[in-house]
Design a protein around this ligand. Structure first.
Ligand SMILES: Nc1ncnc2c1ncn2[C@@H]1O[C@H](COP(=O)(O)OP(=O)(O)OP(=O)(O)O)[C@@H](O)[C@H]1O
Ligand SMILES: CC(=O)N[C@H]1[C@@H]2OC[C@@H](O2)[C@@H](O)[C@@H]1O[C@H](C)C(=O)O
Length: 401
């Protein structure tokens, strides 16, 4: 037998596996690194996050990624170079974290790497009937495995697309396994660059659970903060937005897009929610001269409306109070959180911290859970007949040798 297969079997048969979950999201703020101890599989999965760090990207790294990120026209050579370059960057970040945590690479069973999304193109967004749903993440798994010496599972989204999904949101699988609770309807709301949520029914019925993107979280706030306040990556604590007034006609123009009328589940990205999207809405609403503070206030209201509108549409008759467990960077924005609380008085707002997982680490942890399922999950992977949750095991295996 190839020793790599023997190595795989050994890992799969261990009572516990140490898996590093890696997530680099649409905000391009850095690499989330979560060192997880995973036990069991399926609904019996238990995860202890032993260490977590967000390794920030240098401005030069962000600039390299932005040359291709969500762009229709790119230098093809640059995309080709970035694929291994990002992997090696991530590998070195992992090795630095392990050194700081005093863990040897040999003590880690597997890396679960999301990679860097460079383009997301569900059919609803590219509009070309002859082409399928498509999404592209770079940061090649073989390079990560060889540089770190650790078995790497990567490129999780392709199997989801191959099985009929849009490649996102994948959070639903780990959300169900880690956070479902009998008797309590839960919403797991992640506010990263793009906001999405998973509904976990208290019945635990997978046919009732679902997950969808709902529109921008921070992506537009970051884009305009960076435009108007060079050197600032984001509007820290929403201080600029808090000084502005919401421009109602612009808010209505921003919400006037087929994405908002489309049925759930749906996915999106900064390909749609770009500076151009906002400028066009400003043109339509005669608000091109808006001050930066008023624009940011309106963009916070836009993100909030997308989230609130989706929750109200999905649960129109729900009289039982829903508990919303927030995660992602948007939960640190008090202006956004205030708007959500105000408009969803029936919801109780907590964070995944209340469920034992650091909200900033959540997505990285969920990729560790997906890798754990690929290694030890049963031959009946979690899924549902509802669109967007195919029952497949995800990720491609890269051996270190
Ligand atoms: N204190 C804060 N005040 C306001 N916004 C904040 C704060 N801290 C973080 N953020 C926002 O959160 C963003 C980072 O969020 P996160 O790391 O969840 O995004 P991501 O994982 O890249 O996105 P996605 O989930 O869409 O892939 C920052 O770019 C910023 O907009
Ligand atoms: C294509 C892609 O990278 N999508 C991300 C993005 O960031 C948030 C939202 O859009 C979500 O759908 C997804 O990530 C999370 C981790 C997911 O798949 O659940």
């Amino acid at each position: 037998m190839n020793p790599n297969l023997h190595h795989l079997l050994t890992i799969a048969q261990k009572p516990q596996r140490r898996i590093i979950g890696l997530m680099s999201g649409t905000s391009l703020d850095g690499l989330d690194v979560a060192l997880c101890l995973c036990e069991g599989s399926g609904p019996a999965t238990r995860v202890r996050v032993e260490q977590f760090a967000t390794v920030p990207y240098a401005e030069s790294v962000k600039a390299e990624i932005r040359r291709v990120f969500a762009q229709n026209t790119i230098e093809f050579e640059h995309l080709c170079l970035l694929n291994p370059w990002i992997a090696l960057l991530h590998a070195d970040m992992v090795l630095d974290c392990l050194r700081a945590w005093e863990i040897a690479p040999q003590q880690v069973d597997c890396i679960a790497s999301h990679g860097q999304t460079v383009f997301h193109a569900p059919r609803s967004q590219h509009g070309k009937p002859n082409f399928p749903n498509a999404t592209l993440q770079i940061g090649d798994g073989d390079h990560l495995a060889v540089r770190t010496g650790i078995l790497t599972i990567s490129d999780f989204r392709q199997k989801h697309v191959a099985a009929g999904g849009e490649g996102a949101p994948l959070a639903v699988y780990g959300d169900y396994l880690l956070f479902s609770k009998a008797g309590e309807d839960r919403i797991l709301l992640n506010m990263g660059g793009i906001a999405n949520f998973t509904f976990l029914p208290g019945t635990l019925d997978v046919e009732t659970m679902f997950s969808t993107d709902v529109g921008p979280g921070n992506t537009l706030l970051d884009a305009f903060t960076q435009l108007y306040f060079p050197g600032k990556s984001y509007d820290t604590d929403g201080t600029i937005a808090a000084q502005g007034q919401v421009h109602e006609p612009l808010l209505r123009a921003l919400l006037d897009h087929p994405f908002y009328a489309a049925d759930f589940p749906k996915t999106t990205g900064p390909e749609l929610f770009s500076r151009d999207y906002v400028v066009q809405a400003q043109q339509r609403s005669g608000s091109l001269g808006l001050s930066p503070a008023d624009l940011l206030a309106t963009l916070v209201a836009f993100s909030a409306e997308g989230i609130v509108g989706a929750i109200r549409r999905c649960f129109p008759t729900s009289s039982a109070p829903l508990t919303v467990y927030a995660s992602g960077g948007g939960m640190h924005n008090p202006v956004l959180m205030r708007a959500l609380r105000l408009q969803l008085p029936n919801c109780r707002f907590l964070t995944t911290h209340d469920l034992g997982i650091n909200p900033d680490a959540k997505e990285a942890v969920l990729f560790a859970v997906l890798a754990n399922e690929s290694l030890v999950g049963s031959n009946a992977p979690l899924g549902s007949s509802r669109p967007g949750i195919p029952a497949v095991s995800m990720g491609k295996f890269s051996f270190a040798r």
